[in-house]
Ligand binder design. Structure first.
Ligand SMILES: Cc1cc2nc3c(=O)[nH]c(=O)nc-3n(C[C@H](O)[C@H](O)[C@H](O)COP(=O)(O)OP(=O)(O)OC[C@H]3O[C@@H](n4cnc5c(N)ncnc54)[C@H](O)[C@@H]3O)c2cc1C
Length: 342
């Protein structure tokens, strides 16, 4: 028997969250309340219920405070589950602004440091942020997580995958531009900022002059081959690699030049995905009780076991390495269980 996947929607997790220690900002985090508004990166059935059942049966749960949320969540316009969130897997060019239109600090650029960015955004007192970008950026740099958003990959079509390099805005991204509630497309900045303010409601937090100042400061740096804008330097660096140049990083261009338009703003919500803690196990993936003794016949693997043992990643994690711990702990459990039954 294995415990089922633990999600951040687990009731035990929702009372109080400890934000992860930032790897980049070195902040000493204290307990904080979770964002008021989060959208869900996992289906409804991923509810952590089995974890509570395992605990009631005597299983030890460790590292409940270790969470993993993404900061580039958009609400799916065609939801398959409650509050269905899609994560943007962004290329490096979008300008990242906080709720007041202030640019996020170095090195919090798209795709750089999820937990550091999360920590920073929550420090602003708001639970969302903004990407500002152009048509040229979105067509090359926006990938969306989720199998239904990547028909070329799930359909195993090399022809369609190669089309990412040549054929404009991908269909799933275009659908979000037209129907996604977090997307705003406008030919000029005043109209864009007005709609950004309208989208979040309440007091208008964004001043046109502030947003324009940030974009102009960034655009100006493109004229400088020795730019001190680290994001521009990163773009140039990324494009030195042919793969990124072809399908991942737009040619650097001025956002306020209408030739690169229209302008696009995307409200980015906090997307809850998983905890990094879970059932505590030994190296055979056997669930341990409060005394550290294995409970006979009870194994936990994958997310349910904090990706192996109850938290093999610590407070942070390297993106893209989650699956490894799931497969490894599954293999350990399978081998141990087969030994047990002879
Ligand atoms: C959109 C998305 C993108 C991701 N991208 C990456 C990535 O790029 N790199 C990376 O490393 N990780 C990524 N992850 C994380 C990684 O995929 C998961 O952590 C991993 O797949 C979890 O594996 P698991 O075996 O613990 O759980 P699951 O893969 O969820 O397996 C649990 C299985 O149990 C079954 N099940 C549930 N209840 C029952 C029941 N009562 N009876 C029988 N069966 C049941 C479910 O149907 C499911 O098949 C991503 C996750 C998501 C959601």
């Amino acid at each position: 028997m294995t415990a089922c996947a633990l999600s951040s929607k687990s009731p035990a997790m929702s009372r109080e969250l400890f934000w992860p220690r930032s790897t980049s900002l070195g902040a000493n985090m204290s307990p904080r309340t979770p964002p008021r508004r989060m959208i869900s990166g996992v289906p409804d059935h991923v509810d952590g219920r089995m974890l509570a059942i395992t605990e009631a049966a005597g299983g030890s749960i460790i590292n409940r405070d270790r969470m993993w949320h993404y900061v580039e969540g958009i609400r799916n316009w065609a939801p398959l589950w409650t509050d269905h969130a899609i994560r943007i897997l962004p290329g490096p060019s979008s300008l990242w602004l906080d709720a007041h239109g202030k640019r996020l600090p170095v090195p919090l650029y798209p795709g750089f440091d999820t937990l550091g960015t999360l920590s920073h955004i929550m420090g602003t007192g708001f639970d969302y942020s903004w990407f500002i970008l152009t048509q040229k950026i979105i067509q090359k740099e926006f990938a969306l997580s989720g199998s239904e958003q990547n028909p070329d990959l799930t359909g195993k079509s090399w022809r369609q995958v190669l089309g990412r390099a040549t054929s404009g805005v991908p269909g799933p991204v275009k659908a979000f531009m037209e129907k996604g509630e977090d997307f705003i497309v406008e030919p000029d900045l005043p109209a864009l900022v007005a709609r950004m303010n309208a989208l979040v409601g309440g007091e208008p937090l964004l001043e046109l002059a502030q947003v324009e100042r940030e974009i102009r400061a960034r655009d100006r740096q493109l004229d400088n081959p020795f730019s001190k804008d680290m994001q521009i330097t990163a773009l140039r660096g990324a494009r030195a690699y042919l793969g990124d140049r072809l399908i991942r990083t737009a040619k650097p261009h001025k956002m306020l030049d209408p030739a690169n338009g229209p302008l696009i703003a995307v409200r980015l919500n906090i997307l809850t995905r998983k905890t990094l803690g879970g059932s505590q196990t030994d190296l055979d993936s056997r669930v341990l009780d409060a005394e550290g003794q294995p409970i006979e016949g009870l194994y936990a693997v994958g997310e349910a076991a904090g990706f192996g043992g109850g938290g093999m990643h610590g407070y942070a994690a390297l993106e893209g390495t989650f699956l490894g711990g799931c497969i490894f702990s599954g293999r350990s459990a399978g081998r141990a269980a087969s030994r047990m039954v002879g």
